[in-house]
Design a protein around this ligand. Sequence first.
Ligand SMILES: [Zn+2]
Ligand SMILES: [Zn+2]
Length: 238
Amino acid sequence: MELNYDFHLHSCLSPCGDNDMTPYNLVNMAKIMGLDVIALTDHNTCLNCPAAIKAGEEAGILVIPGMELCTDEEVHVVCLFPHLENALEFSAYVRERIPPVENREKIFGEQLIMDEKDNILGKENLLLTTAADVSLDKVPELIKGFGGVAFPAHIDRSSYSVISNLGMIDEYMGFTTAEITKDANLNDYIKRFPVLEKMNILTSSDAHYLENIGSAGGKINVVEQEIDKILSILSKSC
Ligand SMILES: [Zn+2]
Ligand SMILES: [Zn+2]
């Protein structure tokens, strides 16, 4: 079956995510946009995934718990997990490895932890957009150890991407999937970095506002609409 997906979304817990991006709102907007499966991938945290998964169960849309990790090299990597427990365990692991810098709400924005009914449960006080003390070359195996799959985010962007920061992507990095923005010319990137031809290429919205959810139009073929089936595809080269 073909599923409409969006595997890169930020909630109001990301300082740069709009406060209207509550777990309830983003899940229901994804439903309105005709998506079958989404992943919530806040910067360096998974703490709004419990609410998004519950909201997803109520709305009838599959929600994959995830994170957009910022590595030591300031490369953004999307990490997806099979179960909430894996995601929360990894979230705690990352929190211990980000700098002890307090969030300054007036400058960076609030970092709201919410339940599935739009109630505020608390705030994350550490700034989530800093680089974690996790190096990129360790990420594929590290995430595998938490049961999940990791792939470099928005590889064509001029900042926070593997190509912008390291100048390249190759097979020795150990990734089987990569995310590219929908307007990028994939063929040009394949010519420059042939490894991309053997990788699963995803396009997601990286939405920080409700109106951007589902705007990348990604579709994936899977045998069943289940998280482990999706992660299994992403963890293998083409
Ligand atoms: Zn990013
Ligand atoms: Zn993002």
